[in-house]
Design a binder for this molecule. Sequence first.
Ligand code: UT7
Length: 319
Amino acid sequence: MYSRIIGTGAYLPEKVLTNFDLEKMVDTTDEWIRTRTGIERRHIVGDDETTSDLAYRAAVAALDSAGTRPADIDLVLVGTTTPDLIFPNVGCLLQERLGIRGGPAFSLEAACSGFLYALSVADQMIRGGQVVRALVVGAESMSRIIDWTDRETCVLFGDGAGAVVLEASDEPGVMYTSLGADGRYRDLLYASGGVSDRVRQAEAGTLKMKGNEVFKVAVKTLESMVDAVLESNRLDKGAIDWLIPHQANIRIIKATAKRLQVPMERVVLTVAEHGNTSAASVPLALDVAVRDGRIKRGDLLLLEAFGGGFTWGAALVRY
Ligand code: UT7
């Protein structure tokens, strides 16, 4: 028994913030942002929109492309680090909006790796026979936890959502997933403003990152993770048809592609248009390349992400 992706969808909020807009807000330049990160613009959630609104739009598009009715979904799972409320979780809010009843619905927080974590959990639940059809979403309103006076972080992030419908199948499918974490790095990348930490609550929901140090660990960790994915699946370098990476930084993506010997024409890049949308970035990129016809049925995909925690994850998928 495998799980297979039978539909994808995505949603980006209307408002666009360009590097030139940011030049007017903080001491930065379009040139610095483009050369250091690859980002040119990012989408920003509307004042009256929430993460579950973005998730809902992406989910409707994914259900539509799968030809699946909400009533046929028996698991709703959302990777997010910017929920609407403390509870009910975004999975429940989404389930309600879609009119789905009864099955499990939850969200999980693994920062930028949230979608990979969610995909892996949903895949295991399908393989275990607990669930037949799952809606798996990555959705974020990162702009809500950004310090818009901090040039080291405010130029990096964007908002959006991506979703897939997974279905039980005899054919692969999600062939392999791998997840990891190392909490010792908690202070290199975090967002304060949680409810139980009285001291850090005073910092009120802002993202802090030591970018340069995160960069080094990200490159190293992703390189050893993709080596392990190839080895565990007895795949040669170059065997991957499409790399769908987390879109944090073009330089990190290039290092991973080089390690895999995947040419850059075979890497799905959305970083210029979307920026770093955290848990949404991988399903957003997947949807873009499915809809523009680059990714075809039968292609071998490697999805990967690295983020706060630190957390990381990869999935090998026969599309
Ligand atoms: O998604 C979760 C995981 N996150 C990541 O993977 C992000 C990883 N980190 C990165 O992508 C990069 O480290 C950054 C893009 C955040 C920064 O690039 P960098 O090449 O590591 O630059 P840096 O932090 O070493 O800073 C270089 C210089 C510094 O100035 P000095 O000290 O050399 O005078 C910074 O103050 O660039 C300066 N700087 C800026 N200059 C213009 C930092 N931010 C900006 C800015 N505009 N926005």
